[in-house]
Design a protein around this ligand. Sequence first.
Ligand code: PLP
Length: 459
Amino acid sequence: MNVQARGANHPGNMVMLPFSNLRRLREERPLMFVKGKGIYTFDEHGRDYIEAVSTFYCVNLGFSDEELIEAAVEQLRALPMYPSGIHRTVPVVMELAERLAEKAPVRGGHVMFATTGSEANDQLLKFTWYANRVAGEPQRRKIISRRASYHGGTIATTALAGSPALQEAFGIPTGDSLFVSHPTWPIGADPGETEEAYTDRLVEELRQTIEAAGPETVAAFIAEPVSVSSGMFPPPVGYFQKVKALLDRYGIRLFADEVVTGFGRTGRLWGSETLGIEPDCISCAKGLSSAYQPISAVVMSDDFYSYLEEGSNSAGIFNHGGTYGGHPVSAAVALKVLDIFERRNILGHVQSIMPIWQKALASLEDHPLVTATRCFGLAGAVQIARPGEGGPVAASPSLAPGGLSEQLYQEGLAAGVVVRPLQGCVVLAPPLIITEAEIGELSRRLRVALDATLAALPR
Ligand code: PLP
């Protein structure tokens, strides 16, 4: 049976597809993708799609990269699996940890691998509670995150999602979670409010949240340097510096979720570098292996790590791990990603293509449906509204897809471009290897989708 025909006769609802309408899966065969090349994927009928969100912000080096495939095959042949643990590991895992620790903008650097971004963030919470117990502060458990943020799908990370509906739907306990506003400058500003005043207002909200919770109960603040999936609002100037200064006053740690921003998305290797942030810990995944293999990591500062080491020495072991954490094949691929970044000067390419990307997105602003575009690094958002309804947009971005952006997403598929619909906008984060000509083709397809969405509106 060839790859195209596989699954053709099975009702779609046998497999539960994430983030899908399960009833619709019963009635409709899902779109089936069978191969990829560069920035393109191809469905079972041979139609090509520009993956304008690198599928799920992850295939950053594009599809079918022979060097990445070779790296995986070579490791599969040598030693396909060896679980790291009980004082045993493999050379590629050690080497990857060293290179990550050296490159990450945390003071010192100690690495623990896992498989997904969710797991990395989950692990970070677990380690924080462990570290605080060792430090004699077991009551420091609360984690602050920002409304509309997403940090993963495990129980603990869902508790950090700024989406009460999501938590209610699954009955997630949120007793250790605190939420503050996500910056949406300039949309979220009060009339006449300056960028500085807006930042100060958000920092004051954070201070009040900490004070109300009891500062001695708050362990950490977790944030993405820039959140594509919250609508791509770059933080206002000075935001993270002021947040960090406040957290330091209370002894609260700063965690940067770099699952999406890590590995070049913002023009530097880390979003934290681009924004001048020095977090206590960083979580990363997706781009770490260009998503060719599942692998994630947390990189921890010397200070944070010292408590884990101390605790493990008292107990005899650090009692945490998983079969696939630091899988050799994934580690080999991730090492090759780091090589490719250097040898092919991926960051240089991203920086040189960023102005062309910004111009291409801005060129869509003349479209009747587009009310604004936002850009940061090689990511962006196209804000849309029905003509005549382009007034103020909701100040709080939402993960739930809205009507119009859902339509634009569907028309995008018809036009051969895959975007991610959020409420009031679609977001984009193409593979970092995208060329100027391909950016032109992406924006052409997006305009076709915008035209079709407009044409389909009731008059
Ligand atoms: N953190 C952020 C910012 C993400 O966008 C995601 C997923 O999109 C995750 C964590 C979870 O990563 P994963 O899907 O690999 O579990």
